[in-house]
Structures are given as C-alpha cells and as structure tokens.
Design a binder for this molecule. Structure first.
Ligand code: NI
Length: 156
C-alpha cells in the first residue's frame, strides 16, 4: 500500500471524464488500497480515482463510522430526492469550504471490490459524499456548483 500523489486545483485532469472499469484485477485492488490509504492520510471522507490521476470510475468513501470505507466501482445514481444545504470541501481544493445544495437522499448502484453489484439508499452526509464523488467521475468539481459568495479559505 502507498499514499498516492493528490491532484489539486489547477490540474486539468480534474475536468476529465473517467472511464468504466471492465475488470477488477490486481491492479484495481492495489489502486483501491492506495486510495483508501491516501484518503485516510489526508482525513478525507471521500476520494475519486481522478484525484490520484487515474481516470477510472471508482471512488471510496469513509464516514469514519461502523461501516468502514466503502468502495464504489462503476457507480450509477438511480434516484435523488429532496435538497440539503451543506458545507463542502474537497481534498483537491485544500483549505477551501463552501455551501452547496445537494440532494437530501440518493439511491445509488455500484460494484463492490469483490465484483458484487450493490445498491445503497443514502441520506445526509453519505448522500452528499456520493454526489460529490460521482461528480468527480464526470469531470465536475464542487467549486463550480457552490452558492455564490460562500467560499471560505481556511489557514492550515
Ligand atoms: Ni472532491
């Protein structure tokens, strides 16, 4: 396992669309382990492949609860419901936080690291994280969707 280099603000790769994963082979398993390690190293709740320079449709989420890290491969958002106004940040935009409107609930489908197709019904922070990470796969970043004037820059 290894911590991978984070791609940050200003890197063109962040606006590129990721491609489906066809086979969950050893390289993908290694990528998953590295992504989880990288997310934990920077205390993130989510990390997408593109953020470590891999344009594949994969992200990991860890809410630091009993569910542990969840690995989403080739995810699809099936349904969204309602709205929530939340504060958001991103490991690719260090020390920047802003308010954004996200769906209150989402139903998503994904393949787990064992190749099993799963479905999750999520609300609150998990719903927010799934939408945020899914956007990365589409080449979209949260700073383009924020409520204008709400960006705050935090010192480290
Ligand atoms: Ni992000």
């Amino acid at each position: 396992m290894a911590v991978r280099n984070l791609r940050i603000d200003g890197d063109d790769i962040l606006s590129k669309k990721s491609r489906e994963i066809e086979k969950i082979d050893e390289r993908i398993q290694e990528l998953i382990d590295d992504m989880i390690e990288t997310m934990h190293k920077y205390n993130g709740v989510g990390l997408a492949g593109v953020q470590v320079g891999v344009l594949k449709r994969i992200f990991v989420i860890d809410l630091y609860d009993n569910n542990g890290p969840i690995v989403f491969i080739n995810p699809k958002i099936i349904k969204t419901k309602g709205k929530q106004e939340v504060t958001e940040g991103c490991l690719s935009f260090p020390n920047q936080f802003a308010k954004i409107i996200r769906p209150a609930e989402v139903v998503a489908e994904y393949t787990d690291r064992n190749g099993k197709r799963m479905q999750v019904k999520a609300k609150e922070l998990l719903a927010q994280a799934i939408c945020h990470e899914y956007d990365h796969l589409e080449g979209e970043v949260f700073v383009d969707k924020i409520i204008p004037g709400t960006m705050e820059y935090m010192e480290e």
